[in-house]
Design a protein around this ligand. Structure first.
Ligand code: C2O
Ligand code: CU
Ligand code: CU
Length: 508
C-alpha cells in the first residue's frame, strides 16, 4: 500500500472505535512517525503537528524573558497578598498573528510568585474564563485541603474566592500553580494557565551570586491561522504534545553570561505530556534540588529526565566561552498510534558565554541541608496503573485506570491518617510511562523495581511527582500532615481527565 494511503487508513481506523484502538495499541511500535512527507491534516481535520505541512515556525534567539513577578500588595512583612485573574488573552508567538490563549493576569506562563517560609499567603482568585469553572491548585505545596483548588471546590465562571494558607518552616522549594477543574484541567493548562511559585528559605546555603532564574517549559501547538487546535483522540490517548517547547513563553531564547559564571536555574516541566530528557552542551550541571526543595548535597549530572510536572533545581557552571545549549535527548515513554513527536535534538535555550571572565564565584557548599528519612511505614498500599479500551464515548475510546477504576469525585479510594507514614507501591502495567503525583505533601522514593531488579535512588529527595516507567514499580514513602481529601493522579493531564486519578481522604 502507498504510505500515504496506509496512514490515512490508519487514522480512520483510530477514529473507528475501541476494537480498532486495540489494533492500534498492538501496532504502536510501528513507528509511523518516521515516514516522511505525509499529510494527514486535511484528511482528518486534526493538526498532526510535525507530521503535517510542518508546524508554523516561531522566532528564536530573543533575550530570555524573566517571568514577571506577582506584586505583593500586603505592605507588611510576613504576609503575601495578591490577586490572580484567569481570563482570555492573546499572545504573539509569530510576527503577524495573535493567538487566543488563557492567561493569569494577562501573561502565560503566569506571574512568578515569590514568598518566604513562614509567610501567610492570601490570594484572591477571579475566574473570568467564559462559561468554565476553574480553580487554582498549588502543586506540591503543603496547603490545607480546602485551599488546594481541588476539583471538588470549583470557582464558577465570573466568581472569585480567596485562597489562604501559611508556608511552614522548611517548605522552601520549587512549586507551581495551575487550574484543576473537573474534566477541564488539561485544556485550561495547554491554553496557557500555569505559573511558578517559589518558596524561599530565610537562610539559603546557595550563594546569591548565582542568581535565581525560573525556566518554565510549556508546549505549544499552533494551527496555520494562529489558533491552538483542540485535543484530538491521539492527544487524549498519549497526552497532548505540541510542536514547540517554549521556555518562559519563548522558543529557544538566549541568555548571556560571562565565562566562569555559575547560575542557579529552576526548571519546571509545565507541559501536559512532554517528557524532557535534558542535557547541557558546553556547561556542567549540578543538581541541588528536586520538587520540594534542596537535596542534602549537590550531585553532578550529565542529563536529567524531567517528566510532566516535575521540577529540578540546578547550578550550571559556564566554564567555556562560546555557546552552551540546553537540548533534549531521545526518550521513549510509550506512544499509541501515529504522531509520535520528535523528542530528541530540540534546543530549548542558548546561553552565550562571553570571553570576559565573571567576577569570582563563591563555591557551592558541600552540604545543603539535612533531609530526615520518613522512616518505617505502618501501612502499605498498592496502586496498579492500567489502560483499557472502552465503549464509553466520553472517554474517546480509552480509560486510564488505578486499581481497575476511573476517577469518581464522589468516591473515596483510600483512607489515611494524618501524620502516619505509608508505603505506596505504584505498579505500572500500562504501555506508557505515567508520572505519578500526590497532592498536599512531599514524598520520598525508596526504590524502583523492573524485571525483578530492585534499585535504590542515588540520593534522598523530596518529590511530589515521580515518573513510573512502563513495566516499572516505584515504591515511595508518603505522609500527609493535614486532614482532608487529596488527589493523586497521573500528571499527563489527558490521562488524569480520562480517569487516572483517585482520592485519599486524610483523617485527623
Ligand atoms: Cu499539578 Cu493534581 O496537580
Ligand atoms: Cu498537585
Ligand atoms: Cu498517564
Amino acid at each position: 500500500m502507498h504510505r500515504r494511503g496506509f496512514l490515512a487508513a490508519g487514522l480512520a481506523t483510530v477514529l473507528a472505535g475501541p476494537r480498532a484502538l486495540a489494533q492500534m495499541k498492538m501496532d504502536d511500535r510501528s513507528n509511523m512517525d518516521s515516514m516522511p512527507g505525509m499529510d494527514m491534516g486535511d484528511h482528518s481535520g486534526h493538526d498532526m503537528g510535525a507530521m503535517g505541512q510542518g508546524p508554523v515556525s516561531l522566532p528564536e534567539g530573543q533575550p530570555l524573558r524573566e517571568l514577571p513577578l506577582l506584586a505583593n500588595e500586603a505592605g507588611r512583612p510576613g504576609l503575601f497578598r495578591a490577586r490572580l485573574t484567569a481570563a482570555p488573552a492573546t499572545a504573539r508567538f509569530t510576527a503577524d498573528q495573535d493567538t487566543p490563549i488563557l492567561a493569569y493576569n494577562g501573561t502565560s506562563p503566569g506571574p512568578l510568585i515569590e514568598a518566604y517560609e513562614g509567610d501567610r499567603v492570601e490570594i484572591t482568585f477571579f475566574n473570568r474564563i467564559e462559561g468554565e469553572p476553574s480553580t487554582i491548585h498549588w502543586h506540591g505545596m503543603p496547603v490545607p485541603a480546602d485551599q488546594d483548588g481541588n476539583p471538588m471546590d470549583p470557582v464558577a465562571a465570573g466568581a472569585d474566592r480567596v485562597y489562604a494558607f501559611d508556608l511552614p518552616e522548611g517548605s522552601a522549594g520549587t512549586y507551581w500553580y495551575h487550574p484543576h477543574p473537573h474534566g477541564r484541567t488539561a485544556e485550561q493548562v495547554y491554553r496557557g494557565l500555569a505559573g511558578a511559585f517559589v518558596i524561599k528559605a530565610k537562610t539559603d546555603p546557595v550563594p546569591a551570586a548565582y542568581g535565581d532564574t525560573a525556566l518554565m517549559f510549556t508546549d505549544l501547538r499552533l494551527a496555520a491561522d494562529g489558533s491552538m487546535p483542540d485535543n484530538t483522540m491521539i492527544d487524549m490517548m498519549n497526552g497532548r504534545v505540541g510542536d514547540h517547547v517554549l521556555v518562559n513563553g519563548q522558543k529557544n531564547p538566549k541568555l548571556a553570561v560571562a565565562v566562569g559564571a555559575k547560575r542557579r536555574l529552576r526548571l519546571y516541566n509545565a507541559t501536559n505530556a512532554r517528557f524532557l530528557r535534558l542535557a547541557f552542551a558546553n556547561a556542567s550541571m549540578t543538581v541541588i534540588g528536586s520538587d520540594g526543595g534542596l537535596l542534602e548535597a549537590p550531585v553532578a549530572a550529565d542529563e536529567i529526565l524531567l517528566s510532566p510536572a516535575e521540577r529540578v533545581e540546578l547550578v550550571v557552571a559556564f566554564d567555556r566561552p562560546g555557546s552552551a545549549t540546553l537540548t533534549t535527548l531521545p526518550y521513549d515513554r510509550g506512544w499509541m498510534g501515529p504522531g509520535r513527536p520528535t523528542d530528541a535534538g530540540l534546543t530549548l535555550l542558548t546561553v552565550g558565554v562571553s570571553e570576559t571572565p565573571a567576577e569570582a564565584m563563591p563555591p557551592l557548599p558541600e552540604r545543603l541541608r539535612p533531609i530526615a528519612p520518613l522512616g518505617t511505614p505502618g501501612v502499605s498500599r498498592r496502586l496498579v496503573l492500567t489502560e483499557a479500551m472502552t465503549m464509553n464515548a466520553a472517554s474517546m475510546g480509552m480509560d486510564f485506570l488505578i486499581n481497575g477504576k476511573t476517577f469518581d469525585m464522589g468516591r473515596v479510594d483510600i483512607i489515611a491518617r494524618a501524620g502516619d507514614t505509608e508505603l505506596w507501591e505504584i505498579v505500572n502495567q500500562a504501555d506508557m510511562d505515567h508520572p505519578f503525583h500526590i497532592h498536599g505533601t512531599q514524598f520520598q522514593v525508596v526504590e524502583r523495581e523492573r524485571d525483578g531488579k530492585v534499585a535504590k535512588p542515588p540520593y534522598l529527595a523530596w518529590k511530589d511527582t515521580v515518573n513510573v516507567a512502563r513495566g516499572e514499580t516505584v515504591r515511595l514513602l508518603t505522609r500527609q500532615e493535614r486532614p482532608g481529601a487529596r488527589m493523586y493522579h497521573c500528571h499527563i493531564l489527558e490521562h488524569e481527565q480520562l480517569g487516572m486519578m483517585g482520592i485519599v481522604d486524610v483523617q485527623a
